[in-house]
Ligand binder design. Structure first.
Ligand code: NAD
Ligand code: UD1
Length: 351
């Protein structure tokens, strides 16, 4: 069992929930985050919810000196690597930023890990690596492809990790690649949650901002897909289930030889209209919507085959759609502007 876990990107949406579950499970947590897409308040609230401390370094994973300092300061047993940029549209406009942050950042992190003798890693991959799958549900052995620089950065990192784990000259690496489907929801406390900058790209945060009155209506991107109601179908998964999946992945590192990819999804697909209906039930608000043109690059339907996660990680998603939406709403209604109006007690470890 890994006791002290270095969490890159731990102040972000998924990372903050993972830190909370790690602390609740009795692990020690060290976070590195450059706060490019996060607030330090999220970590204050993780501490408050867990009732214990975590160590926070405000630093960039591309800063080798900072990484070496962190590995030298305490024993790290394993790394969970969330840090990265994730906006598909932005990645098309600024590909170099994505290759630098995601790919070069990961090379720097892996080099620092190797120098420190740490070779246990859980990596945040995405169902985006399946491109437009020929068949659903999606299994881990399906072909991979990318249609944008964000997706390609995940493919490159996956390949890099497969190569590293296969190298005959390397000490053995143990790597679990977690391919997330669509994370939604928030910790049941409503104290931490997703806080997107600007206009949300993803469906659930947008729907919630309509419910809370920050935006007028949801634009449904197409109702002529070959799906039951014509709108896009996705595998939405509660972020706490996802976070718990990381604990299971850490435990599975002990038996892992090389690099293993695992889907984290529920195995169920819901349409855009299903999500809007669920949000109406959970919030009591009407959630107006209009059908507009398809979003370029979108696919009709994807959802996970979760069988391998059940077998390899002994993990299954436990929270259903109504819980996902209810918890997301609790966070959004209690924090209508996210972390923007909260102040932090700023406990960064000086470098
Ligand atoms: P997020 O933006 O909320 O979290 C990422 C965190 O990494 C942020 O706190 C950001 O400040 C930090 N970060 C970015 N670049 C950094 C750098 N160079 N050095 C240090 N910190 C840096 O995103 P999230 O939704 O929590 O996603 C976490 C990971 O999961 C990402 O790798 C993302 O690609 C992957 N993922 C997310 C989704 C999703 O829908 N949210 C789906 C699949 C995969
Ligand atoms: C997005 C990312 C993908 C990432 C995934 C996981 C894009 C193009 N893709 O995909 O790389 O892996 O999130 O989180 O950003 N929708 C609307 N109106 C909206 C927003 C979305 O109708 O305002 C629809 C979409 O067409 C889709 C569904 O809602 O059918 C979900 O969209 P979104 O939340 O953006 O997720 P993905 O499209 O799966």
């Amino acid at each position: 069992m890994s006791h002290t876990v270095l969490v890159t990107g731990g102040a972000g949406y998924i990372g903050s929930h993972a830190c909370l579950e790690l602390l609740r499970a009795g692990r020690d947590v060290v976070v590195i985050d450059n706060l490019s897409n996060a607030s330090r308040v999220s970590l204050d609230r993780v501490r408050e919810l867990a009732g214990c401390e975590l160590v926070f370094h405000e630093a960039d994973i591309r800063d080798r000196g900072a990484l070496d300092g962190i590995f030298a300061a305490q024993r790290i047993d394993a790394v969970i690597h969330f840090a990265g940029l994730k906006a598909v549209g932005e990645s098309v406009e600024q590909p170099l930023a994505y290759y630098d942050n995601n790919v070069a950042g990961t090379v720097t992190l892996l080099s620092a890990m190797r120098a420190a003798g740490v070779r246990d890693l859980v990596f945040s991959s995405s169902c985006t690596v399946y491109g437009d799958p020929a068949q659903v549900p999606v299994r881990e052995d399906f072909p991979r492809s990318a249609t944008n620089p964000y997706g390609r950065s995940k493919l490159i990192i996956e390949d890099m990790l497969f190569d590293l784990a296969a190298s005959p000259l390397e000490e053995p690496w143990r790597v679990v690649l977690l391919r997330y489907f669509n994370p939604v929801g928030a910790d049941a406390s409503g104290r931490i949650g997703e806080d997107p900058a600007g206009i949300p790209n993803n469906l659930m945060p947008f729907v919630m901002q309509v419910a809370v009155g920050r935006r007028e209506r949801v634009r449904v991107f197409g109702d002529d897909y070959p799906t039951p109601d014509g709108t896009g179908v996705r595998d939405y998964i509660h972020v706490t289930d996802l976070a718990v999946g990381h604990l299971a992945a850490l435990d599975a590192l002990a038996k892992t030889r090389g690099c293993v990819a695992v889907n984290l999804g529920t195995g169920r697909g819901y349409s855009v209209l299903d999500m809007i209906a669920a949000a109406r039930r959970a919030t009591g608000h009407p959630i107006p919507h209009e059908i507009v043109a398809r979003r370029p690059g979108d696919i009709a339907a994807t959802y996970a085959d979760p069988a391998f996660a059940a077998e390899y990680l002994d993990w299954r998603a436990a929270r259903d759609l109504d819980v996902m939406v209810r918890d997301h709403w609790r966070w959004q209604s209690a924090n209508p502007t996210g972390y923007a109006d909260a102040s932090s007690d700023s406990r960064t470890v000086p470098r």
